[in-house]
Design a protein around this ligand. Sequence first.
Ligand code: AMP
Length: 524
Amino acid sequence: MQVPLLVNDFLRRAAQLYPDKLAIVDGDLRYSYRDFQARVNQLSHALAKLGIEKGDRVCILSPNSHFFLESFYATSQIGVVLVPLNYRLVAADHAYILDHAGVRAVLVDWEYTGVVDEIRQDLPKVEHWIEARDEGAAAPGWTSWNDLIAAAPTTAPPAIEIDENELVSINYTSGTTARPKGVMLTHRNCYLNAYNLIAHLRVSHEDVELWTLPMFHCNGWGGVYALTGMGGTHVVLRTVDGEAIFGLIEREGVTFACMAPAVLRTILDYPNKDRHHITTTPRFTVAGAPPPAAFIERLEEELGWDFIQIYGLTETAPLLTVSQPDHATAQTDWPRRARAGVAGLGVEIELRDDDDNPVPQDGETPGEICARSNVVFAGYWEQPDQTEAAIRDGWFHTGDLAVWDELGNVHIVDRKKDVIISGGENISSPEIEDALYQHPAVLECAVIGVPHEKWGETPVALVVLRSGEMPSEQDLIDFCRQKLAHFKCPTRIEFVPELPRTATGKLQKFRLREQFWNNDRKVN
Ligand code: AMP
């Protein structure tokens, strides 16, 4: 008989094998796997008592916390679909998502109940308002999570039949131009992704993972399931801050962290690293956006941490490719840090041109990354047209452009829509950004193509300077000329106070482009 691949088995196994082992560190709270499973069971019972049934949607809006970790398993073990909300969105976005997903109960961290109160009257489908808070009474109009579960049994809820192809979560993507889309992930998607993380990121029961990546982001890149599956320890970080990060690495003996590029910068800029006595050598990965190579180099060289490059999308649960520590990468000339790696186990990758034909593996012909795998999502919630546009002939089209070598190492060039075409040459904006990030005065930068009378488009860099630094435009252009072919160098540098980002921290280049294209600003 086939056993369905269900993510709640990860916690069940860990609680059986390691009941007394430390599962979660959240501030001063420390939960063993026995405690973790007990609180999860209590919430499952409590939700069922409220009338929440298999297939219903329940949302969580919270920074990283033990409550968030509990919500993953309390919902999945009773077949309920979790909708994690991005806490950086505004109230109107939350209202859209909650309504679109037809959410019946909301689990909200105390810091965010005020935001939800603003939209409460617009949410007739929501019946239950539950506040996550460790101390004190719940806000008016809210039920306390801890009170709700206090009377519920700690034993497992009655087993129900769940198919591995049923949904475990709907993760709304950040949305750059349009409304966010609900990515439907199944138990099977998430289970197999967790397997891939366990294998490729070498996750084990000895791991202590620091949660710098928000858990709402594709289930913390699937790391929640992978680490629980192996019985490792989750160390929760509520807000990204250098002192807290180094303090926790030191105190808890952190061995692993998955980060967004902005966290890398926080770590590098933290001035008091030497005050911490760190005895571990953490492995780290960067997810969700292209990590500047200069940051990774510094982290490896200054701190001696061990970098593993990964690439994927919410729609692929998310891991698609991963860098290899072994001979498969040593045989190519590309710098290791620039590569997104090779296809993970059970993932088929093809790079395709605009007519959907595969491009050669010659290290120079770009194509759109297309993937076929059991980690590819089940479609966009109630958006069949968008699903059909993204999954064609069984291949998911990612919108990312890459070149690849004969060994299958994928080197990401750009988002398809962000490539700059100047005088017939394709120019990768991250390549120019990488060069600029090597300049000590550059805090942040974004390169876009803007209209040019002669060349069609030309690269322009928008740069945020570190405070106190004042290089000239020409200084930065000259710096790029030392690093890049002449045609790739920005022809103009504009200094700006900040860059527009989505709520997940992704650069919104379309907003930068608008001012040049819509207002017909030309660069000569
Ligand atoms: P999300 O669905 O929010 O995880 O965003 C997925 C997108 O992040 C991908 O389509 C890529 O454009 C980008 N991304 C993720 N990982 C990498 C990486 N290692 N290098 C470059 N871009 C990446």
